[in-house]
Design a protein around this ligand. Structure first.
Ligand code: SIN
Ligand code: MN
Length: 271
């Protein structure tokens, strides 16, 4: 899928692009079936809510090996719909997947994500430059009521901002913006944009865009999957105590664009 010059310019201006229903209902259904299968697996690649034990994040669904390997998720990561735009956005044919994560925001009591920049964490992984891009696929309808993402348009152009490590209020340890600085930025920025849409909708976003998500007030869980693409040339340098491979991949083999038929070889869905 080729992005137009106008779309590229908009991404560089706003820090994100949204493509409604880029994946079909059948593809989304197959991916949700995969989530059900994967969340039952006992592995450190599946992070669970304290108390209920229900899965809140599934990692590393894009590789051919490992406990959470999944054929449709792997195929989607190499599909022309995700990989080609990522190559254009990063102006580089040689990309690899930094990580994948499937996030469930559980109905009523699922975790929130404070305002943050993703590169605030990835910088600590030893990743030299914020030349990454994330493709998020909505696997349920995302709405303001169920805790959709919000972006502050153009905030990626502020570069990396001073952050503090929050290990209390947000979903997991996250480098978040202090309140005073955040309000200052918001006063000088366009209003935050709610990233809502039907299942199958995709949003590409920049690693320094300020984003977060609130409570899920609805009665249904909300799943989204994130594919983070990095330039092979921008792979992390050595750091002391690197995070595990499922969040900071060391598979730096450049991806090649695959088939758009992400369900090839999958059992047909009933009905
Ligand atoms: C994130 O910002 O990395 C995840 C937010 C969410 O899934 O709501
Ligand atoms: Mn994030």
């Amino acid at each position: 899928m080729r992005l137009s010059d106008e779309q590229l310019a908009r991404y560089h201006r706003d820090g994100f692009l949204v493509f409604p229903e880029l994946f079909s209902p059948g593809e989304v259904e197959a991916m949700k079936r995969e989530l059900q299968r994967l969340e039952a697996i006992d592995t450190d690649h599946v992070v669970r809510e304290r108390g209920s034990g229900s899965a809140k994040t599934l990692y590393r669904v894009h590789e051919a090996d490992g406990p959470t390997a999944s054929s449709p998720f792997r195929a989607a990561g190499q599909s022309p719909r995700l990989l080609e735009p990522a190559q254009q956005l990063l102006d580089d044919p040689d990309l690899y997947i930094y990580h994948t994560k499937c996030n469930r925001k559980a109905a009523i009591d699922g975790s929130i994500w404070q305002w943050h920049q993703d590169y605030g964490t990835w910088m600590h992984d030893g990743t030299p430059e914020p030349t990454l891009t994330t493709a998020m696929i909505m696997l349920d309808e995302a709405s303001e009521a169920n805790g959709c993402l919000y972006f502050i348009p153009g905030s990626h152009r502020l570069g990396l901002l001073d952050a503090e490590l929050d290990d209390k209020t947000t979903s997991y340890k996250l480098w978040v913006l202090p309140k005073g600085r955040l309000i200052e930025i918001m006063e000088q920025s366009p209003e935050p944009v709610a990233i809502t849409g039907k299942p199958g909708t995709v949003a590409f976003f920049h690693p320094t865009i300020l984003h977060g998500s609130g409570h899920n007030m609805s009665r249904r869980d909300r799943w989204q999957i994130y594919y983070v693409y990095n330039r092979v040339a921008n792979r992390p340098r050595d750091v002391a105590n690197p995070r595990p491979d499922y969040v900071r991949s060391t598979n730096w083999t450049p991806l090649r664009v695959g088939s758009d038929d992400i369900l090839a070889g999958q059992p047909a869905l009933a009905g």
